[in-house]
Design a protein around this ligand. Structure first.
Ligand code: NAI
Length: 469
């Protein structure tokens, strides 16, 4: 029997489940269809598990330098199985939390594969969802007939023709999360966000890391000074970084992989391929609609409507900035638009974070982009070495850089590298939202001692008024 809904959401990641909650708040009758578990890549294969393992790496680093703080710790060792167990416990707790939120919002959850049907006996419009279950469940398909459909099917790791995943020695980031033991020597292909986070974590845990990046710098979309500072830091920690690396061949055995890099052979125990992610648009019935796909991404307008006005899409499946918080934001926008509200999104206000050691965070334009867009900019830096709390913490590597339009004092970009700077960027997010000037940020009283004072100092530096530098 067909069931009718105001909204059906296909995919239960940070776009889908957040959209379901917002729809429920707006009193829409809502269902969510998820083939695996609510939480999506972010919770099960991305943000949360990697951050849990990065926390293990942080604990390890702390122990290694504990003696310099006057704490003598003897005989500590890494139990990677326990690190994985803890990671899984964190995921499980958050997963339960999302399930609780679904119940609280009276959201119907279907755990099966959702497929979009074309016009049918259920509706003259495409968009009816057929929920299909695993054969062993012996459960019949169910039909969900929505007034509006929101597609949030996300993305999966992209593979390289020369290095197809074999899931034992040539790995995706999904595979890496299942490792039971650490390799000795590993190549990371792609010096982007995923590559950098894994390189940092595995290097801290004792794995010999070589990063192979095709471009002429790490993190091609970050500010150049930040990318250079990270590269120097990684090299000082013993990692090998090879830029403009062209991999022409890969030969794998059961226990290792030999890569031909710029004509020379190098052997590794394992290879992580992290060269971007691609949208999941196949096998979900898009061909039964007029939805347009370009470069493998679903095309949407500024309110996230596809060519079928009652079908929306949000998150990684539409491309753009592939971040969990962006996905949630887009999905809320889509739901509010369906409900007749007038939501607004300004891409300038999206912070972006990398959780390596050191961490990296930014919002707005890089200095290179600002120079192209504005004729009169000022850019200033403030080092963490000039901050008392950073010294107290024993974490004084890094800096904050602010770029401002000199004619108006408007913030154009804020970039940070250093310990836990992903927490500091939120202040700049608020500043962007409130359209605050550098003067206003500099004259906001920050607590002392706190690492957050670097934000005040760099804002004062814009007008040559920094106190501690
Ligand atoms: P990415 O686009 O960030 O980086 C891919 C890197 O691979 C680029 O530097 C590119 O130049 C390089 N590359 C491409 N082809 C190559 C080749 N043949 N050989 C060597 N290098 C090559 O993609 P990544 O790191 O896979 O991340 C995917 C998405 O997931 C990104 O959009 C990212 O923002 C998101 N993500 C965000 C996180 C966060 O917010 N902390 C954490 C993890 C992922």
């Amino acid at each position: 029997m067909a069931k009718e809904y105001d909204v059906v959401i296909l995919g239960g990641g940070p776009a889908g489940y957040v959209a379901a909650i917002r729809a429920s708040q707006l009193k829409l009758k809502v269902a969510i269809v998820e083939k695996y578990k609510l939480g999506g890549t972010c919770l099960h294969k991305g943000c949360i598990p990697t951050k849990a393992l990065l926390k293990t790496a942080e604990q390890w680093r702390s122990l290694k330098k504990a003696a310099s703080f006057g704490v003598e710790v003897d005989n500590f060792s890494l139990n990677f199985t326990q690190a994985q167990t803890r990671k899984n416990e964190v995921i499980s707790q958050l997963h339960q939390g999302i399930q609780g939120l679904m119940k609280k919002g009276s959201i119907d959850v279907y755990t099966g594969m959702g497929r979009i049907l074309g016009p049918s006996i259920f509706s003259p419009l495409p968009g009816t969802i057929s929920v299909e279950y695993d054969e062993d469940l012996e459960k019949e398909n169910e039909m969900l007939v929505p007034k509006n459909l929101l597609i949030c099917t996300g993305s999966k790791p992209r593979q390289l023709d020369v290095l197809p995943f074999n899931h034992t020695t040539i790995l995706s980031s999904d595979d890496l999360l299942q490792l039971e033991t650490l390799p000795k020597k590993m190549a990371i292909v792609g010096g982007g966000v995923i590559g950098i986070e894994w390189a940092s974590m595995l290097s801290d845990l004792g794995v010999e890391i070589t990063i192979l990046e095709a471009f002429d710098k790490l993190l091609p979309s970050e500010d150049e000074e930040i990318a250079k500072a990270l590269m120097k830091n990684f090299q000082a920690r013993g990692m090998t970084v090879q830029l403009q690396a062209n991999i022409s061949q890969a030969q794998s055995t059961e226990s290792d992989v030999t890569l031909t890099i710029n004509g020379e052979e190098q052997c590794f125990d394992k290879v992580l391929v992290a060269v971007g992610r691609e949208a999941i648009v196949n096998g979900i019935g898009i061909e039964n609609t007029d939805i347009k796909i370009e470069k493998n991404y679903i095309q949407v307008n500024k309110n996230y409507q596809t060519k079928e006005a009652h079908i929306y899409a949000a998150g990684d499946v539409i491309g753009g900035i592939q971040l969990a918080h962006v996905a949630s934001h887009e999905a809320i926008h889509a739901i509010e638009h369906m409900a007749g509200l007038k939501p607004d999104v300004n891409e300038k206000q999206i912070p972006s974070c990398i959780y390596s050691y050191p961490e990296i965070a930014h919002i707005g334009l890089t200095e290179q982009q600002a120079k192209v867009e504005f004729s009169n900019i000022v850019s200033k830096k403030f080092p963490l070495k000039g901050n008392a709390k950073a010294l107290v913490n024993g974490e004084d590597f890094g800096f904050v850089k602010m770029i401002v339009n000199q004619d108006t004092d408007d913030l154009l970009g804020v970039h940070l590298i250093g310990d836990h700077v992903t927490e500091l960027i939120a202040e700049s997010s608020l500043a962007f939202t409130l359209d605050a000037s550098a003067w206003e940020m500099g004259h906001t009283i920050h607590p002392h001692p706190s690492v957050s004072e670097v934000m005040q100092e760099v804002s004062l530096a814009i007008h040559d008024e920094a106190i501690h530098y």
